[in-house]
Write a protein that binds this ligand. Structure first.
Ligand code: MEV
Length: 320
């Protein structure tokens, strides 16, 4: 059985969404594929060439313990979590392939986690709802990272564009058909766990300031949701610019991202901001169709890489 799940791109609300506030996220059209087979030997076997894992094997009863290669962690813990909820004694062979490089920050770990949980539920004939799939996949992310909102897991499962609140308290698909964004990759890898910790330290020292910033970001997300639904790209751009200001205040901006963001705004983007944990990974801009190429050229001129991929795409699915 082959399962695929999309990557994700944060539109507004990062960091605040870790602390019980909403965000907007869209699924991106580069997918992670997982082939899952049952085998008689009671082990998990894994080949994941995109994260340098080849010929990895572990007995089912040892999953989650002992040595784990970096690239195997999410899949191994996902299998363990699935089997501890739905015990089975068959061995499992998993092979993953990604259409996107894990360097972009599109969420290859969460997409692979989702593929494995969905795939196991299908192959073992144990149907689970989207929310049950989310809960198991989110638990897997928390077991490994300790912190995280789960927005990336939700995007991989539900696809489309979502209004999402921490831990899946609200997962609301937004019925939209277009989202004219431009994606620029900074060439720098963002370290999400470290950045979440840095912001948390700031919040310890300046609790009121940071809490107020989160509340302001929440207001922007609420308005942005309406702007997205009514295709009011000018307002969405303005709200993104506000959001970028608050992210800079949280300390997760960078010179490179700022250069790309200003490059886009200078030639007429309605708005531009970083997307995700910050410092590196990607920025996004929103504009009218007519000046798209101009913006792309300007982002490249300051060293950014433009990534042309569809957004608002389908969530996890069975390929065959
Ligand atoms: C990282 O892409 C976005 C954060 O909000 C973390 C999360 O929501 O899990 C910083």
């Amino acid at each position: 059985m082959i399962i695929s799940a999309p990557g994700k791109l944060m539109l507004l609300g990062e960091h605040a969404v870790v602390y019980n506030h909403p965000c907007l996220v869209t699924a991106v059209g580069q997918r992670l594929f997982a082939e899952i087979e049952l085998i008689s030997k009671p082990v998990m076997q894994l080949d994941a060439s995109d994260v340098n894992v080849a010929g990895y094997e572990k007995p089912l009863q040892d999953l989650g313990g002992g040595e784990m290669p970096q690239g195997a962690r999410f899949i191994e813990i996902a299998v363990r979590n699935f089997l501890s909820k739905f015990p089975r004694d068959k061995g499992i062979k998993i092979t993953t392939k990604s259409e996107f490089s894990s360097k972009f920050g599109f969420g290859s770990s969460s997409a692979s986690t989702v593929c494995v949980i969905k795939g196991l539920s299908e192959i073992f004939g144990k149907k689970i709802s989207k929310k049950e799939c989310f809960d198991l996949a989110y638990k897997t992310v928390l077991d490994i990272q300790g912190k995280g909102s789960g927005f990336d897991v939700a995007a991989a499962i539900y696809g489309g564009t979502l209004y999402f609140v921490t831990g899946g308290k609200i997962i609301e698909p937004l019925k939209i058909t277009e989202l004219p964004i431009i994606i620029g990759y900074s060439g720098i890898k963002a370290d999400t766990v470290t950045l979440i910790k840095q912001v948390a330290e700031k919040a310890k020292k300046y609790p009121e300031v940071i809490n107020n910033i989160y509340l302001e970001i929440e207001k922007l997300v609420e308005q942005a949701k309406l702007a997205v639904l009514s295709k009011d790209w000018i307002t969405l751009g303005e709200l993104m610019n506000f959001n970028q200001g608050y992210l800079a205040a949280l300390g997760v901006g960078s010179r490179k991202l700022a250069a790309m963001i200003y490059a886009a705004r200078d030639v007429g983007a309605f708005g531009a901001k970083l997307s995700g944990a910050g410092v590196g990974d990607c920025m996004i801009a929103i504009s009218s169709r007519g000046i798209r190429q101009k913006i792309e050229k300007e982002i490249k001129s300051v060293g950014g890489e433009v990534i042309n991929i569809p957004v608002n795409v389908e969530g996890v699915k069975i390929e065959k």
